[in-house]
Structure formats: C-alpha cells, structure tokens
Design a protein around this ligand. Structure first.
Ligand code: SF4
Ligand code: SF4
Length: 224
C-alpha cells in the first residue's frame, strides 16, 4: 500500500499508528501541489504517476484501487452563526475557543460552548471527549440556582445617552439594546466589563466600575 500525502501530523499517541503502518510495509510518498499525482485507467489496469519529493524522481505505480481521502471544510452556516452570536473564527473559517489551554471548550461569550467539527477537523474520539467536556461546562452552569457575575461591568447613564448607537455596534457581547421607549439600555448580565463601550461613547454615558474616567485620570496623575 502506498499513501500519497501532502502533510501528516501524528500528534499524541498516533505516532504509534504511523510506526505500525511503516512496519507493515506501507509506503508514504509526499507530493507537491504543483506536481500532483496523476491517475490513468487503461485496459491493463490503473496507473498512478507521482513525483517523489524525497527521491527527487518520477514514480509509476500499478494500483488495484485508488482511494481518495475526504477533505473537510467548515459548515456553510458557520459564517451566519458566527455573526449572529459574535463568535470568533480562524483563517480557515472554524470557530475558535476562548483559550486553547485554559478554556478549550468555551467561547469568549459566556454560556456558549464548542465541540467537534465546528471547532476543527478531528477524530471521533477527540470529538466525543470534547463534547463531554462541553456538556460538563454547560451542566455546571445549568445546575446552579443562581449565577454570580463579576462586579467589574459597565454602568450606563440613560440621562447622558444621546442614542448614537456607537456602543450598540461596538459591544462584542450584545449588551446594549434598544429599549421599548427607543432609547439605549444595558443588559448587565451579558456585560463582561471589557470597556469598549466606555471608549467609544462620545457622551461618556458608559463607565466601567472601578475604571471610571476620573479613577484612570487620578492614576495617571499619580504616576506622572
Ligand atoms: S463593557 Fe464591554 S461587554 Fe460591557 S457593555 Fe461595554 S462593550 Fe459591552
Ligand atoms: S455610545 Fe454612548 S451616547 Fe451613544 S448610544 Fe451608547 S451610551 Fe448612548
């Protein structure tokens, strides 16, 4: 058996499968994208021509079967869902976790979790482990009668607000909303205290607890 490949990653214990395959006589042949393998079918059988990158020469092989491996790409709805929930995606279009080591199944937005192929191409055992972790994280939230949030969140002053909607567009967590009276209000449960709204608000109607403008300016004054 010959495996024509572009890139092989044998992370974790999967290196053992690679070693076993080599021991069983499987050949691995790397090809370049500008010299892709050519498959021809003629009355005498199937021929595969490829350029061996390591040997630096053309190879011709007779084949009984040619089996193509299936490529994966993000689900077409990923872009729409990502925009709807303001979820970050990587350059390939897959959703990204909040932190690869510290919050591997959490999205940056609270209460949203990730598992499986939405995250990246992966094997079934990895998908199941990640799904169990995500279910565990969701269960930890749902099992509580009351949820506590950080006290460092933004406070909104309706009297100062000019309803310019700058915060409405800038907030990554959809915390500001248009209230029934047409004015901007603020859902403090959704707020993470990132402070973007305080930075963009021209009327200074948004201030973050413990980081109000006068507190920041006092700190600067003390330093300089
Ligand atoms: S502090 Fe951040 S999360 Fe809270 S309302 Fe402002 S922009 Fe949104
Ligand atoms: S940016 Fe400031 S002024 Fe504009 S809608 Fe938001 S709170 Fe009101």
């Amino acid at each position: 058996m010959t495996i024509l490949y572009r890139d092989i990653r044998t992370y974790g214990l999967r290196e053992q499968f690679y070693a076993q395959a080599r021991d069983l006589g499987v050949l691995f042949l790397r090809f370049e994208t500008d010299r892709k393998p050519l498959v021809t079918v003629n009355p005498t059988g199937i021929k595969v021509n490829a350029f061996d990158y390591l040997l630096d020469q053309d190879i011709e092989m007779d084949a009984d079967f040619v089996v193509l491996s299936t490529g994966l790409r993000p689900h077409p709805s990923a872009e729409k869902i990502g925009k709807m929930y303001k979820l970050t995606r990587n350059a390939d279009g897959y959703f990204m976790e909040a932190h690869i080591k510290l919050r591997p199944v959490d999205f940056p937005s609270e209460g949203l979790f990730i598992a499986g192929l939405a995250h990246a191409p992966k094997n079934l055992d990895e998908t199941i482990s990640q799904a169990q972790a995500a279910a565990g994280r969701a269960g930890a939230l749902l099992s509580q009668e009351r949820l506590t949030v950080s006290g460092i969140i933004a406070k909104h002053d309706r009297e100062r607000c000019m309803s310019c909607l700058a915060c409405f567009r800038a907030c990554p967590y959809d915390s500001p909303f248009i209230d029934k009276d047409g004015k901007i209000s603020h859902n403090e449960i959704k707020c993470t205290g990132c402070g973007i709204c305080a930075g963009v608000c021209p009327a200074k109607a948004f201030q973050v607890n413990s980081f109000r403008d006068e507190q920041i300016l006092a700190m600067i004054d003390e330093v300089v």
